[in-house]
Write a new protein. Structure first.
Length: 378
């Protein structure tokens, strides 16, 4: 055992840089391939109407991948009159590739830029917000559809920088996916059209019908910096819930490779939703844990995360899926709500396609046309 420990200490200083080198080389190769596809797309679509879908999901969180899946599904079904190009944020922001400069030269008034939805208008990490600013700063006349965003900034200087950049992009339609984000966006972007709009994965609610036997509780909890409750508190909740029904603990992260998921995206998303269909109730601090649960017709109890997005996102479901969505004041409250739900035999587990009918489908295409065709004709 001591020999292994000594060997590890000797190898680690060498092994970590070597591993990092290969990770970086692989990322570079992926960006080069993505960029080559971008150049090919520009050449093959010259003179045609195009949608540049930027920031496509490049990691294995199934909530983010479900957004990507739903955006692709909507584009395929309702934007058949456009050529669609899909590119990763790493490719867009890489200064050595010159993506933004080439797009600036190639962009035409018939083109639309669509940004990936999610927690990307923020200063907590990642490069999506930088990508947004690069496009806004370099192509300020671009028509931009910002798919539903959570907005959060720690630093006022970052908030001001983003506000200045986006406001100059006057043809941007900014969709905010909760009312806190909507209030922030209205304040930050007075020169833009800002609307409150639900997460696109809600468009899948009502698409599935399961008759599975439900005999367990799902504790779908995150394990990152957005977690509000301590590990000890969550373990205590799990143990308490065991007195009601067997508990399964999980998350929305997938262990599969991003390449495999992308190649079988619909299958992965639908299998994730099906997973929720054997539970009496889901307890979650995951934004898409809530939505996946509703897609499966499973009642959901929302517990706090370290930001507003999960709890405030529940406001969309009030008056729509009453009896299926609860926000717990604390973990003790979550336990008691779960107890009530598990004893409720009146639930049908059948959900209406409210969000697909009222916000997505043809409704979003109508909004798209009203915003961007009016801009083009004015």
């Amino acid at each position: 055992m001591k020999q292994k420990s000594l060997l590890h200490r000797l190898i680690a200083p060498i092994g970590h840089p070597v591993k990092q080198y290969f990770v970086e080389r692989k990322a570079e190769e992926m960006q080069k391939r993505d960029f080559a596809q971008f150049v090919s797309f520009l050449q093959s679509t010259k003179g045609k109407k195009r949608i540049f879908y930027l920031g496509v999901t490049a990691h294995c969180n199934l909530g983010d991948l479900a957004q990507h899946y739903c955006i692709c599904r909507w584009l395929d079904k309702y934007c058949g009159d456009y050529e669609i190009g899909k590119f990763e944020s790493d490719t867009v922001v890489n200064p050595h590739l010159g993506f933004v400069e080439i797009l600036e030269r190639s962009y035409s008034p018939d083109d639309v830029i669509l940004f990936q939805s999610g927690y990307t208008t923020q200063d907590l990490g990642g490069n999506h917000e930088l990508m947004h600013r690069l496009i806004a700063d370099n192509i300020p006349a671009a028509k931009v559809l910002m798919m539903p965003q959570t907005v959060f900034f720690r630093e006022e200087k970052n908030r001001e920088r983003t506000a200045k950049s986006y406001n100059a992009c006057r043809n941007m339609l900014f969709l905010a996916r909760d009312m806190v984000s909507y209030g922030q966006a209205k304040q930050m972007f007075p020169d833009l059209k800002v609307l409150a709009y639900p997460d696109i994965v809600t468009s899948l609610i009502g698409s599935f019908d399961y008759d599975n036997h439900r005999d367990k509780i799902f504790l779908c909890r995150r394990d990152d910096g957005e977690k509000f409750y301590s590990e000890a508190d969550l373990i205590k909740l799990r143990d308490q819930l065991q007195s009601i029904a067997p508990v399964v603990v999980g998350d929305t992260q997938s262990k599969a490779s991003i390449q495999n998921i992308r190649a079988n995206l619909q299958q992965y998303v639908e299998n994730e939703i099906k997973k929720y269909s054997v539970f009496k109730v889901t307890i979650t601090d995951r934004y898409h844990g809530t939505i996946f649960s509703l897609c499966a017709g499973t009642p959901v109890i929302i517990i706090k995360s370290n930001d507003h997005k999960v709890v405030t996102g529940a406001d969309w479901f009030k008056g729509v899926y009453d009896g299926y969505v609860y926000v717990a004041k604390d973990l003790d409250d979550a336990y008691h709500i779960a107890e009530r739900i598990c004893n409720d035999m009146s639930l049908s587990h059948k959900m209406s396609p409210y969000f697909e009918q009222n916000y997505y489908g043809q409704a979003l295409r109508k909004l798209f046309d009203q915003t961007f065709l009016a801009t083009h004709n004015s």
